[in-house]
Design a protein around this ligand. Structure first.
Ligand code: SAM
Length: 278
C-alpha cells in the first residue's frame, strides 16, 4: 500500500477522510474536487470507503465543504492572511482552493503522515496555491514554539482549523489545545472545528459509527456539550451548525433535520468562532 506507513493508529484516519474526498470528487456534481485524494487515500483509504455507504460518510462531505467555504470567506471577505490547519492530515486545501494573494498556510500533523503526503503530492506535480509550510509535531505536547520557529506570526490575525480531530482526544488534551491556539490568537482571529456532544457516544442513532471507530482502533473519546461556553471562557464568540442545517445542507443531507441545539439528541457540530471584541 502506502510508501510510508504510520505506526500511529490515528494516522490511518487521515487515509479515511482522504477516501471520502476521493469518492465525492468522482461524482458528476460534487461539493468539491480533490484531484489528489485518491492517490493520497491509497489502498488503506479506498478499502475503508468501499465498505461505507454514501449516507454514512455524508457528514464528512458536508463538513469538508462547510470548512472550505469558511476558510474562503475568512481569507477572502475578511482579509485574514495566515491559516493554520491543525492535524491537517492529507488535506489538500493549500492546493485546491482559490487563496487570495499573500496567504500563508501552515499544516501541522505527525511527521510520517506529512512525509507520506509530501512524497505523493510531489510525485503528482501538485503546486500549492498559497505559501505553504508543513510543521511536524505531536499535537498532544506543546507545539506553539515550533510553529513560530517555522515563521508563524503571532501578531497577525489567523484562521485556525481543527477538522476531524478533537473527538479522538481526551477532554484535558482538547482544552490544552484550545489554550495553545488561544495563546497565539489576536483579536480578529477565527477558529473552526468539529466536535460531537456526549449523546453521540450512546445514542442509537450514532452508536454504530462510534463502535466502528473503536473497532478500527481510533475510538472517539472527546466530546463537548457546550462548545459556545468553553470557547467564551477563552475569549472566543462561537456559533454552531451541523450537517443538514440550512448553512450545511448543500442539497445533500438525506435525513430529517434535528434542530442544532435540541437537548438530549446526538449532535456533531461544526463550530466557528471569532476572537476578541467584535
Ligand atoms: N484534518 C484532516 C481531515 O479532515 O482530513 C485529517 C483528519 S484525520 C481524521 C486526524 C489527523 O490527526 C490525522 O492526520 C492524524 O495523523 C492526526 N493526529 C492524531 N493524533 C495526532 C498527534 N498526537 N499529533 C499530530 N497529529 C495527530
Amino acid at each position: 500500500m502506502e510508501k510510508t506507513k504510520t505506526d500511529h493508529l490515528l494516522g490511518s484516519t487521515a487515509y479515511w477522510t482522504a477516501a471520502v474526498r476521493a469518492r465525492e470528487s468522482e461524482r458528476a456534481v460534487s461539493l468539491f474536487n480533490d484531484p489528489w485524494a485518491k492517490m493520497l487515500a491509497g489502498e488503506v483509504g479506498m478499502n475503508w470507503i468501499a465498505e461505507k455507504t454514501p449516507e454514512s460518510v455524508i457528514p464528512i462531505v458536508l463538513r469538508t465543504r462547510f470548512f472550505d467555504d469558511f476558510l474562503q470567506h475568512v481569507t477572502g471577505e475578511l482579509g485574514i492572511k495566515q491559516v493554520v490547519l491543525v492535524a491537517a492530515g492529507l488535506d489538500t486545501r493549500a492546493f485546491r482552493l482559490n487563496w487570495p494573494q499573500g496567504v500563508r498556510l501552515f499544516e501541522l500533523d505527525q511527521p510520517d503522515v506529512l512525509a507520506y503526503k509530501e512524497e505523493i503530492l510531489s510525485e503528482a506535480g501538485a503546486k500549492s496555491a498559497c505559501e505553504r509550510q508543513v510543521v511536524s509535531a505531536d499535537l498532544t505536547l506543546p507545539w506553539t514554539d515550533k510553529l513560530m520557529a517555522y515563521g508563524f506570526d503571532p501578531h497577525q490575525p489567523t484562521v485556525w482549523l481543527l477538522e476531524g480531530f478533537l473527538f479522538y482526544l481526551t477532554s484535558d488534551i482538547i482544552t490544552g489545545l484550545l489554550d495553545m491556539v488561544t495563546s497565539l490568537a489576536v483579536p480578529g482571529s477565527w477558529l473552526g472545528f468539529d466536535i460531537v456532544n456526549s449523546h453521540v457516544l450512546t445514542s442509537p442513532l450514532t452508536v454504530r459509527w462510534v463502535e466502528m471507530q473503536a473497532q478500527a482502533g481510533a475510538p472517539w473519546l472527546g466530546t463537548m456539550d457546550d462548545p459556545v461556553a468553553i470557547l467564551a471562557e477563552r475569549g472566543w464568540k462561537a456559533s454552531l451548525t451541523q450537517a443538514g442545517a440550512p448553512d450545511a445542507h448543500y442539497g445533500r443531507w438525506p435525513y430529517p433535520v434535528i434542530p442544532t441545539t435540541m437537548p438530549n439528541m446526538p449532535h456533531n457540530w461544526y463550530v466557528t468562532a471569532s476572537f476578541g471584541p467584535v
